[in-house]
Design a protein around this ligand. Structure first.
Ligand SMILES: C[S@@+](CC[C@H](N)C(=O)[O-])C[C@H]1O[C@@H](n2cnc3c(N)ncnc32)[C@H](O)[C@@H]1O
Ligand code: SF4
Length: 408
């Protein structure tokens, strides 16, 4: 047995999941236990108890999880939505908690996991936990089909040579402009060159590299040649060897994060104009890589015509969970940095309990009605003429879960 397998066995032998739903109902969604869990159930120490409402809500519907494995970060980007939870020290989710939770999420049906934070490549450096590659390897062993790491790219390049990291399906580099000036203005001096060096190295080593780019006031316009900077950025990413480009426009949305995401937002009308141009080129097949762009707004009549589609909402669908080191779990990314959660986990000794949030409950605080489609219930303050749509609604996107769910 190699070192990793030994350590994994130790962790798995400490995981037992006593969910409160009836086993029959769950049987078809539960992964087989290929890693010998049953055999070691006598010795388990770390147990997961969950509220039946949690299991009922997510069971058989959960597709993906976003695990914020550390709240530590080596940057403080102007636009960062995670700022209120960034910490220095004591910021990591312990490895055995991660393994136990991942196992639980697999039982509920999750097939994709994204590791992020904070900066996930810092994981394991300071608090005696295992390393990020170990977690990636564990996720694969637990049966996750798509594993993604989202990074600012500022890591020691040796990380890329770790065989276990090679088990990822995608490394996302967050780069906020195709030039150093544009990117560094948000992320700090020299960050562009350092991230790009690792991106190139990752491409050379054969990793599936994606670029995620925030759309902000520094890259929403045209360059001196009249070309959209974002359009130019897609060609730039392709030339670097990235396989896809994913845009995250930064808006003021009438929500808590407006107060900490800096003065870099773009207006809905500016985004919609740029979106249209880029969408046209996507549909004509004019880009050599896949491009994911959220629509974000529909007119009233557009919404009424396709409310089933435009009403896409992960909170209603129970399709995803974001999980934080402080125990908070929520389905909507807009709740990052706020007390709003659907559930919370707590570790006491060798037991993890997942409780349905009694206050500020993400599912109960909004007027969801069965069978009724609605625009985003979280964003506020846009003109009466437009309806805000989910930030994750990216038409025809080439994304693992979107395609698996045939969302179109
Ligand atoms: C919070 S970061 C954590 C992972 C890692 N530190 C990084 O920067 O890639 C996760 C993703 O959120 C993006 N992001 C940060 N602030 C954002 C904002 N205000 N709106 C949309 N996306 C944002 C980042 O660019 C990154 O792709
Ligand atoms: S966006 Fe990522 S790199 Fe920037 S401060 Fe936030 S967590 Fe750190």
């Amino acid at each position: 047995m190699d070192d990793d397998t030994g350590r994994l066995c130790q962790l798995w032998s400490r995981v037992i999941d006593i969910h409160t739903l009836d086993e029959e109902k769950f049987a078809s969604d539960s992964p087989a236990e290929p890693y010998g869990l049953s055999a070691t159930k006598e010795k388990h120490m770390l147990q997961v108890f969950s509220d039946p409402r949690f299991d009922q809500h997510f069971g058989g519907r959960l597709m993906q999880v976003f695990l914020y494995v550390t709240d530590e970060c080596n940057l403080r980007c102007t636009q960062c939505y995670y700022k209120p939870w960034l910490k220095i020290g004591h910021a990591e989710m312990p490895t055995d908690v991660i393994v136990a939770l991942l196992h639980k999420f697999r039982q509920l049906g999750a097939v994709k996991v994204s590791f992020l934070g904070g900066e996930p490549t810092l994981y394991g450096h300071a608090e005696g936990n295992e390393s990020l590659p170990f977690i990636v390897h564990s996720a694969r062993d637990l049966g996750f089909e798509y594993i993604r790491v989202v990074s600012n790219g500022l890591f020691d390049e040796a990380l890329l040579s770790d065989d276990r990291l090679r088990e990822v399906d995608e490394i996302t580099f967050s780069i906020d402009g195709d030039t150093a000036d544009i990117h560094n203005a948000l992320r700090g001096r020299n960050t562009y060159a350092r991230s790009l060096a690792n991106l190139r190295k990752a491409v050379d080593l054969g990793f599936n590299v994606q670029v995620t780019m925030c759309v902000h006031k520094g890259n929403i316009d045209r360059d001196d040649n009249g070309r959209l900077i974002l359009d130019r950025s897609i060609s730039w990413a392709q030339q670097l060897g990235a396989k896809s480009m994913n845009f995250h426009p930064v808006f003021r949305m009438g929500i808590a994060r407006d107060s900490w995401t800096g003065d870099v937002h773009v207006s809905p009308s500016d985004w919609l104009a740029v979106y249209k141009e880029i969408r046209t080129k996507i549909e004509r097949g004019q880009y050599g890589i896949s491009v994911r762009a959220p629509l974000r707004f529909a007119t009233n009549s557009e919404f009424e015509e396709r409310s089933g589609y435009y009403g896409y909402c992960p909170v209603k669908l129970a399709e995803r969970l974001e999980i934080h080191q402080n125990g908070q779990m929520h389905s909507c990314a807009l709740h990052n940095g706020t007390p709003i959660s659907i559930a919370k986990f707590e570790r006491r000794g060798d037991v993890i309990s997942i409780g349905w949030s009694p206050t500020d409950n993400e599912f109960e605080k909004y007027p969801f009605k069965e069978g009724e489609d609605h625009p985003c219930v979280v964003m506020r303050g846009f003109s009466e003429e437009v309806r805000p749509l989910c930030i994750s609604l990216k038409p025809a996107q080439d994304e693992f879960v979107w395609k698996r769910m045939s969302l179109g």
